[in-house]
Design a protein around this ligand. Structure first.
Ligand SMILES: NC(=O)c1ccc[n+]([C@@H]2O[C@H](COP(=O)([O-])OP(=O)(O)OC[C@H]3O[C@@H](n4cnc5c(N)ncnc54)[C@H](O)[C@@H]3O)[C@@H](O)[C@H]2O)c1
Ligand SMILES: O=c1ccn([C@@H]2O[C@H](COP(=O)(O)OP(=O)(O)O[C@H]3O[C@H](CO)[C@@H](O)[C@H](O)[C@H]3O)[C@@H](O)[C@H]2O)c(=O)[nH]1
Length: 340
């Protein structure tokens, strides 16, 4: 069987880390990405095929050329607040785009899929930690787009034999511990990179999006999971499918919730720098608290997340951030040395 895996969104934050984990496991990732939200420089562990998931002809050619054993489908828009303001952008990319991908997989006879879903499918939870059987009632178009895809993927199994592991991640955090990869969005919606930029004085303090939530300190609580632990889970999910394991949906989280204020305090500990902040309005589409129960992923896939500590996640993101800031200076110094 082919050891090639087509990774849509492989230039993005989680997809690029998954490519590294696949390569480390002896598999051959091929990134398929339109580079709209991920940089070319993050594609380090196999070829890059530039293309859009909505482009059926381009997908057909790539699947024909590489004959992959599976597709890992990360490509999507993934920002909660943005999805509330522009729902059609989200349904077009995440639903219509993913349908084009599934059609191309069906036509090419590629029947194994690892799909990036999210805890945003649950909406405002009735109880935490959230298990996979918790009712789904997304409160933003982003979460709804992923819920729709979960349903569409499930319908494809009896129809043409698609088998899928759907992974519902909680909040991806951290960065590759070797410093090779990180998080690179512009603009950046995510909390931890914004906290680190506030520590560096690169923005006018952190805006805390609401401090009147029904949580212990009034700020939103999330379950942060290291991106490299997520990447490892993808390799295990792929092996499960290749070993003829059944389709399933699994949560990926640490089971610990941290508020926005607690993340800021941890970042002050890790960086040794004060983080200026102020309270802004709530961000539309934000549930107060999301904490996951990942017992099933541990039991079925044998997944053992190793980087659960929030301080480790922030330290890895911090090291990578400092390296990125140094890189342009190093390049400038090298060109000065060359011309001298
Ligand atoms: N970051 C999180 O905390 C989180 C949590 C739960 C689920 N997810 C899901 O994980 C996946 C990856 O998230 P991420 O944080 O790495 O996002 P990201 O924005 O860093 O990466 C997404 C990648 O997909 C590419 N892409 C987007 N639309 C495309 C299209 N139409 N055709 C081809 N490529 C396209 C982008 O260029 C980018 O490289 C997404 O599906 C997201 O919904 C993320
Ligand atoms: O400058 C900032 C940035 C974020 N937040 C808040 O911090 C929390 C976490 O925000 P963020 O890091 O943007 O993550 P989420 O909105 O929880 O969304 C991420 O995590 C989801 C799972 O919870 C995924 O589905 C999404 O794709 C991913 O973007 C939220 O309450 C935000 O409002 C701030 O207060 N200030």
């Amino acid at each position: 069987m082919s050891d090639t895996v087509v990774v849509t969104g492989g230039a993005g934050f989680i997809g690029s880390h998954a490519c590294k984990a696949l390569a480390k496991a002896g598999l051959s990732p091929v990134t398929y990405d339109n580079l709209s939200r991920g940089p070319r420089e993050a594609v380090l562990y196999g070829p890059l095929e530039v293309g859009d998931i909505g482009d059926g002809a381009r997908l057909a050619a790539v699947l024909r050329d590489y004959q992959p054993c599976a597709v890992m489908h990360f490509a999507a828009y993934a920002h909660v607040g943005e999805s509330v303001g522009d729902p059609l952008l989200y349904y077009r990319n995440n639903v219509a785009g993913s349908i084009a991908l599934l059609e191309a997989m069906r036509d090419a006879g590629v029947a194994n899929l690892v799909f990036s879903s999210t805890c945003a499918v649950y909406g405002v939870p009735q109880r935490v930690p959230i298990t996979e059987g918790h009712p789904q009632a997304p409160i933003n178009p982003y979460g709804a787009s992923k819920q729709m895809m979960e349903r569409i993927i499930a319908d494809c199994e009896p129809a043409w034999g698609l088998r899928a592991v759907i992974l519902r991640y909680f909040n991806a955090a951290g960065a590759d511990a070797d410093g090779d990869l990180g998080e690179n969005h512009d603009p950046e919606p995510h909390l931890i990179p914004n906290v680190l930029d506030a520590a560096l004085g690169r923005k006018d303090g952190l805006t805390v999006n609401g401090a009147d939530y029904p949580t212990p300190d009034g700020t939103c609580v999330r379950d942060y999971i290291h991106v490299s632990d997520l990447a490892d889970a993808h390799v295990l999910a792929l092996k499960h499918l290749l070993d003829d394991g059944p389709s399933m949906a699994l949560n990926l989280g640490n089971g610990n919730g941290y508020s926005v204020r607690e993340v800021m305090e941890a970042a002050e500990r890790v960086t040794g720098l004060p983080i200026p902040w102020h309270v802004g309005p709530r961000r539309p589409g934000d549930p107060p608290a999301l904490v996951g129960d990942a017992t099933q992923a541990r039991r079925i896939l044998g997944w053992t997340p190793e980087r659960g500590s929030l301080d480790i996640q922030i330290a890895d993101a911090w090291r990578r951030r400092l390296r990125e800031l140094q890189a342009p200076q190093e390049a400038a110094m090298a060109s000065v040395r060359k011309t001298a």
